[in-house]
Design a binder for this molecule. Sequence first.
Ligand SMILES: NC(=O)c1ccc[n+]([C@@H]2O[C@H](COP(=O)([O-])OP(=O)(O)OC[C@H]3O[C@@H](n4cnc5c(N)ncnc54)[C@H](O)[C@@H]3O)[C@@H](O)[C@H]2O)c1
Length: 441
Amino acid sequence: MTVMGTGYVGLVTGASLARLGHEVVCVDVNKDKIRLLKSGGMPIWEPGLEDIIRDAELEGLLDYSIDAAAAVSCSDAVFVTIGTPSSESGEADLSALWSAIYAITPMLPDDGLLIIKSTVPAGTCEQIEAYLRKRLPLSSRIAVAHNPEFLRQGSAVRDFLVPDRMIFGAANPETHNRLEEIYAPIQSPKIKCGLREAELIKCASNAFLAMKISYANMMSDLCDALGVSVDAVAEGIGLDRRIGSEFLRAGAGYGGSCFPKDLRALMALAEREHLDMELLKATEAINRRRVQVIRKKLESVFGGTLNGKHFTIYGLAFKPNTDDTRESPALKIYSMLQEAGGRITAYDPVVTCLPNLQIDLATDMYEAAAESDCVVIVTDWDQFRDLDWGRLRQLMRSPYILDARNMLDTAVMAANCERYGLHYMSLGRPSVTPDVPLTIG
Ligand SMILES: NC(=O)c1ccc[n+]([C@@H]2O[C@H](COP(=O)([O-])OP(=O)(O)OC[C@H]3O[C@@H](n4cnc5c(N)ncnc54)[C@H](O)[C@@H]3O)[C@@H](O)[C@H]2O)c1
């Protein structure tokens, strides 16, 4: 097998296919990445990935190359896991994907299988198939399939090998069966459908999850206004099996390389069909407003202005257990605080440099809070659950904690506030103020 692209999806796909017993070559145009992988390094941080990569390498089942032609020409199947970011119009930018297709087409074996794993708008795989028919000899039996990926960064290896479901999009049962053979050891429901249906399932799933998050955030704002807790409301809603409790937690909003761009791509696709995706527009607008909700919360304790205050941002990755900061809410909050005249120090357990941004990054979470007026928790890394609150309070200039992920238990924090004179705020839950007078820096 060849896997084109060694990003979050490509590396997990390559290593996992090797785990299933296939011989895999991972190809990338980024020479530095391939050099790093060949020398035993890891270009991304993903729990469990390095272990399965090393196992596969030891078994001689996984290799890396920049030579797509050589890898593709002797492959039974070629997986494409190249990035499909948003273009300015919101549509998916398929330029990198198409340039890979153009480059490998002459090398595709006659009876090969081209599996698009990248998230693409409905209709893309049919266009790829039509292009191949035009370029390849009539005798070629090459087939195109769409097998969207649903892994979550942070639990990607498990999600790949133990998925909720697998989607096999293809134009005929023969191609469905070939996908089934590749994934034979994986036990999960396998949905066999057409190419366009498979493409739509992926974007529609992400849009639905984003919508659930925005719904929880919308309710969180109402709970704030009414002075009640969104925790109880979300629990009460989520226990209804028709709704489910996952993705119903209020917080700083969604980010990452998938939800925002897949939502935009779906809206752009619908627009071409003269359809208005009102629900998705609202989902996006609610998500965009989260930064302002956080700003207002902070202004309410700092007399209406954040100018001159020192903020500590805990967490830069868009979610815990990844080093990915693409469209991370933390970066949006960082910019908002900066624009408001705040001084910011940030800390993240695995994001230790952001080459294109001027960010004051501390290497220790307590050091990051020194002389701080407010610690803002933006990524719910586990280590922020067990902070030494007494030590933190001593280091800080003012006592404010804003938990923008609602990750801490309010009863536990009430005890900590009482004990250490902290002031704990979260979203859609009543703030906890200590009985002792607060010193505002
Ligand atoms: N990241 C996720 O959690 C996730 C989950 C499901 C689906 N997806 C989808 O999977 C796709 C890949 O996402 P990602 O996060 O892995 O992207 P990524 O940006 O991490 O990786 C893409 C890789 O493709 C490489 N590449 C670009 N052009 C190439 C070419 N011509 N030949 C070979 N390699 C090339 C890049 O150098 C990069 O290493 C996207 O469509 C994304 O929407 C991502």
